[in-house]
Design a protein around this ligand. Sequence first.
Ligand code: NAD
Length: 500
Amino acid sequence: MAGNRALALGAIEKYKNAPLGHFVNGASLPGEGAAFDVLEPGTGEVLGQACDASEAQLEAAVAAARTAFPQWSATPPEERRKVLNKVADLIVARADEIAAVECLDAGQCWRFMSKAAIRGAENFRFFADRAPAAADGQALPTSDHLNYTTRKAIGPVAVITPWNTPFMLSTWKIAPALAAGCTVVHKPAEWSPYSARLLVEIAHEAGLPAGVFNSVNGLGETTGKRLTEHPGIKAVAFVGESSTGSAIMRQGAATLKRVHFELGGKNPVIVFDDADLEAALDAVVFMIYSLNGQRCTSSSRVLIQRGIYDQFVARIAERVKHLKVGDPFDPATEVGPLIHPRHFAKVASYMDIALGEGATIAAGGAPVDGAKGFFFQPTLFAGAQQSMRIAQEEIFGPVLTAIPFDDEADAIAKANDVEYGLAGYVWSRDVQRVLRVADALDVGMVWVNSENVRHLPTPFGGTKSSGIGRDGGDWSFDFYMETKNVALARGTHKTQRLGV
Ligand code: NAD
C-alpha cells in the first residue's frame, strides 16, 4: 500500500517542478495560463498544480487536431487498429502505475482501480479491432437504384470528462473517436488531471502521430467553454453533470455542434419480496458504496417492497456500518474519500436536508472522525418518501436512500418519478414481472438480478436528464462518423423529361 502510493508519486514526480501544462501536437506544452491546485483526497494536501490553457494554447490544440485530421482519417483502418492495440498493450504494462495515480488524485480505491485501468486497455482493444469495419454501411437497393451507405470520421472532436473514474472514462470516449478516424482534443477534469496526462503520453509512445490526440488542462468555464465554442471542433463528447450538459449545448449551438452527453443519475434498484434477497443485498451495497458512491450508474435509491422493507433496511444498515473506510491505497479499503472539499460540503449538506424532510439516518451521517482527507461515513437514509430531495437529487457520494413501495405499479411509478433516466436495477424471481418492469422503466439501461456489468458491444447511455446518445459497440461510431448514402442508377431508371 505504501508501495502503490510511492508508485503514484513517482509517476507524477516529473510534472511537479512546474504547474502541469498540456500535450499538443505530439509534445508537452508548459502551462502559461492561471495555475490551480490539485488536491490529494486521501490526505487533504496539495499534490501539485495544473494550468488553465491560455487562449493561444487552446487554439494551438485545435489547430493541431485540424491539421492532423486529413491524414489520420485517411490512414488505412488496419494501421489505426495496430497503433490503438499498441496503446492497449502499453496501458496493460503500466496498469499498476495508472491505478495508483487514480488512487492519488481521484481518491478511488485500489481494489477497483486496478481493474479500471485494465478496462481502459480493453476499451482501446475493443474499438481498435472494430476500426476496419467502422466505415461499413448498408445496401438498400430499389428497382431503379442501388443505394449503399458508408461512414466517414466527422472531424476533430472535443472529449470532456469528469473526475470520478477519470482514466477509464477517458478511454471509453477517446478510443472509439480515434478508431473512427477522428482527431481529439481532450479536456480532463481539473480535480484529477494526472492520469489523462499518462494516457496521452502512452498513446504517443505507442506511435500515434502528432496532433491526432491532444490534451489540454483547465477549468470548465474557461478552457472547456472555449473548446465547445470553437468552430474547428465538429462534435463534443461530454461526461459530467446535467447542468453542464445544458451549458455545453448552449455554447455549441452557434456552431451547430453534434453532442453526446452522459450525465447524472438517480438510479433505482427495485427489490421485490420474491427476490433472492442475499444476492440483492450484495448488489445494493456494491452499487452505491463502491467507487466512493461517485458513480453515474450507482443505485442511489433502493425501492423495497413494503412487507420486507424494515428487515431489508436493517440488513443494509448492518453492512454499511461494517464497510471498510480508509486509505484508498489499502487493498482492503472499500470506501475512500470524496474528491474535493467542495464536493464533500455538497454531500454533507444532504444530512440536514434528509432530517429536515423527515427521513431518518439508519447508518453513517457524519464526516469520518479525525480523518485528514475528505472522508464521509457511508450513509443510509430510511423512511424516505419519493417527493423528498434525497429521493430526487443526485448526491454523488456514498449515500443511499431507502423508499418503500406497495406493488409493481407503485414501484414503477416511483422508479420513473425523477428527472433522470440512466439505469435501473430489478430484483425478482418472477420472469414475467421483470420483463414488464424492464419495459416500463424510463431509463437507458436495465440490469435484472445483477449489478452493473458492462459488455462493451451493448449500448450505454440514458434518457431524460441523464443524457443524449449511446456509447458502446457500433453506437460509438455512429456518433464519431457521418453517414453518407450513395445512389447508383440502374439502367432501368428514367428521369421525367421537362422542357421538351
Ligand atoms: P462537471 O459537469 O462539473 O464537469 C465535467 C467536465 O466538464 C469537467 O472536465 C469540467 O471542467 C467540464 N466543464 C464544466 N463546465 C463546463 C463548461 N461550461 N463548458 C465545457 N466544459 C465544462 O461534472 P463532475 O462534477 O466532474 O462529474 C460528476 C458528474 O458526472 C455527475 O453528475 C455524474 O453523474 C456524471 N457522470 C456521468 C456518467 C455517465 O456515463 N452518465 C459517468 C460519469 C459521471
